[in-house]
Design a binder for this molecule. Structure first.
Ligand code: IVH
Length: 668
């Protein structure tokens, strides 16, 4: 093969890719594509100096070494104002029309589904993808090119013979509902953490250091605009830009619409999109209405960080009505009984819902909920289904009663002091608590025995092989390899992971014991304070309460745990099984909290009370201050933020909105 043939092959593979991933119209079979891809790889290995940046083999590169580099956007990446009703939508455009001194009805609107993912800017120079950056604070984002290149619907080279000098394509990276379900199912079997929604999964994937993971997760990209542009073509309308991007090889946002601004037109468009929502392969959280005329867009400009020519009409949480068939009580790791609603299956927000947590008995009382009632189900943020109210009382409604005895071990159920929770008193005699304790011990936040997944633990518990956490270290090849779907090879891997878990950290060990209220951060606090297990075990209530950030309840739980003979025996058994840590590796608190040393300021209207957000930030080690100064690390700005925002802008302090904040917290 010569270089010209190689070039032709690269172009051919890119064309096949485009047909498959952008047009949804494959030209060849997967096997044929794979064979051609492998051949290209061989040719490139034999002729390394031929390698072209746009070769499809370049999509999955090397792991990036550390945190992502910062990239300053040459044209700011803006956000959108929100409208939550038809009135707010119409008002938005009445204001725009007034400012332009033209009638509302003359405004031509382009409506687009609002894709629920994360904003990315792709910079093409002379037609070649140079880098991709996240939105960040709108001015400075992070370089995530290594993961973006794995997205097959993003061309590495624009499909044109006359590429613009510079073109920044802006759009949304997202995960389809189907892929989301698939990776969460896989996460369940592999004992890794499931994502709460497709947006979260896409954001988490883009922040991976290893592009192989992104490649496996098959993200998609759809553009919604451009940033910096220097090219020959002139555009008069936003919709023309969108059509041009499609010719360059991008996916089109389907179901877009043109209409003249009028209340009835917005209303019809909203109804249309709401009906379509369920049938779309990706999550959308609203509709974006844009004035199509670029000249008018330019005249209107921006306010704060959003354009005055576009607004996002957000969908409310999805709602459905169904019947509460029954309530079961699930016993958790610490014995707390959680009421779970068993519902007549109902399709909400793209999934069939048949269960919903009811949290606790206070919640049931607040809802005045009985079995047999017709209830309204919400999927807030399209995530966890929630029973929000009783729509109609059932004819033969039956009260929901907390059982007096544990449904699993029959021990007495007791109300936890002054709290809404009830707890099974069976402790380590309760099979449900044991199974949950083992799952927790092996989970990602604890000993992280990835191969020992929740399903496998359940089976081993049911079979009586695992009867306590320490039994993990007594598992044999036979115990595992004889199970369905496990084989010797897998069993060997699992045993190796168990063996490797024996070397841990003191704080991880304390966390993994499953003491009520002692999660990762409290485990770290205790480890830091006591430094040795002996001292922690012997600490009296007074000493425990005096540790900063350890409240009375937690202190009592710790003391109670180490006063319990069975729990103490478990600790000894784990140590006897070979679990150990190096005391010299004990962490100091300062570098264990991800936001330690940072000062944050909250301003504007946020969707949760400020106090709640403050607690979240403090939990991660940040301080929250009431005023902005040069020492402020970051300002979280909600809607209608005022002088603090201006001050932060003047001082060049990092500013983020709520979406970015949630993204950040979820990734900590
Ligand atoms: S336009 C200057 N169009 O929504 C206007 N944004 O809530 C820039 N989004 O940051 C945005 N679909 O990440 C636009 N069809 C669409 C969109 C869209 C999703 C995201 C985008 C933006 C966020 C604002």
């Amino acid at each position: 093969m010569n270089f010209v043939d190689y070039q032709k092959n690269v172009a051919q593979l890119n064309l096949w890719n485009h047909s498959y991933h952008v047009l949804d119209a494959p030209l060849i079979s997967d096997a044929e594509y794979d064979a051609a891809f492998r051949e290209l790889q061989t040719v490139e290995q034999e002729n390394p100096d031929w390698l072209m940046l746009e070769s499809p083999t370049q999509r999955v590169g090397d792991v990036v070494s550390s945190a992502f580099q910062k990239i300053t956007h040459t044209v700011k990446m803006l956000s959108l104002a929100n409208a939550f009703s038809i009135d707010e939508t119409v008002d938005f455009f009445i204001k725009a029309a007034k400012e332009l001194a033209i009638p509302l009805e003359s405004l031509e609107i382009f409506s687009e589904p609002k894709l629920d993912g994360l904003a990315i800017s792709l910079r093409y120079e002379k037609g070649l993808l140079r880098y991709a950056a996240t939105r960040g604070d709108g001015e400075v984002g992070e370089n995530v090119t290594h993961n973006i290149k794995t997205i097959q619907s993003i061309p590495l080279k624009l499909n044109t013979k006359t590429p613009p000098e510079i073109l920044e394509v802006r759009g949304e990276v997202f995960m389809t509902k189907a892929i989301f379900e698939q990776i969460n199912q896989l996460a369940q079997t592999q004992n890794s953490r499931a994502f709460v929604n497709p947006r979260n999964a896409a954001a988490g994937t883009i922040r991976q250091l290893n592009p192989k993971i992104a490649a496996e997760r098959a993200l998609q990209f759809i553009p919604y605009g451009i940033g910096e542009y220097s090219g020959e073509r002139e555009f008069l309308r936003h919709s023309e830009i969108m059509a041009y991007l499609a010719t360059l090889g991008f996916r089109e946002n389907t179901n877009c619409h043109h209409f003249f601004a009028a209340e009835i037109a917005f209303d019809q468009d909203y109804q249309r999109m709401e009906t379509l929502r369920e049938t779309l392969p990706m999550e959308i959280d609203g509709i974006v209405y844009k004035i199509d005329d670029l000249n008018l867009q330019q005249k209107l400009g921006f306010i704060s960080r959003s354009p005055k020519w576009a607004v996002a009409r957000k969908f409310p949480a999805q709602v459905m009505t169904t019947t509460l068939l029954d309530v079961d009580f699930q016993v958790g790791r610490t014995g707390v009984l959680t009421p779970v609603a068993r519902l007549k299956p109902v399709f909400v927000g793209g999934v069939t819902v048949s269960n919903a947590t009811l949290h606790n008995m206070d919640e049931i009382e607040r809802l005045n909920l009985c079995i047999g009632d017709s209830v309204e189900i919400h999927r807030a943020g399209d995530v966890i289904p929630k029973v929000v109210k009783v729509v109609a009382e059932g004819e033969a409604r039956r009260a929901i009663i907390m059982p007096t005895h544990c449904p699993i071990c029959d021990s007495r159920v007791k109300r936890v002091d002054k709290q809404a929770a009830y707890r099974c008193s069976g402790g380590l005699k309760c099979a449900a608590q044991i199974a949950e304790r083992i799952k927790y011990y092996a989970s990602r936040d604890c000993l992280n025995i990835r191969q020992l997944g929740a399903k496998l633990i359940e089976i081993l518990c049911e079979q009586g092989v695992l009867t306590s956490v320490a039994d993990i270290y007594r598992l044999t090849l036979d115990d595992i390899s004889t199970l369905d779907g496990q084989g010797e090879k897998n069993a060997t891997k699992i045993l190796a992971a168990i063996e490797a878990s024996k070397h841990t950290k003191f704080s991880t060990f304390l966390t993994a014991l499953g003491i009520p209220e002692v999660g990762e951060s409290t485990g770290k606090l205790l480890a830091k304070h006591f430094q040795t297990l002996g001292k922690c075990r012997a600490a009296d209530l007074e000493t425990l309460v005096q540790i900063p950030d350890i409240g009375e309840i937690t202190a009592k739980n710790v003391r109670h745990f180490f006063d319990d003979e069975a729990q103490n025996q478990l600790v000894d058994n784990l140590l006897a099984a070979g679990v150990y840590w190096d005391e010299s590796e004990n962490e100091s608190l300062e570098n264990t909290q991800p936001l330690a040393g940072q000062t944050w300021v909250l301003t504007g209207t946020l969707s949760a009370p400020r106090n709640e957000i403050k607690v979240i930030l403090e939990r991660f080690g940040a301080k929250v201050s009431g005023s902005v100064s040069a020492k402020t690390t970051c300002v979280l700005a909600g809607e209608a933020a005022g002088s603090k925002l201006t001050q932060a802008q003047n001082l060049g302090v990092n500013i983020i909105d709520e979406t970015q904040f949630l993204e950040l917290i979820e990734n900590l």
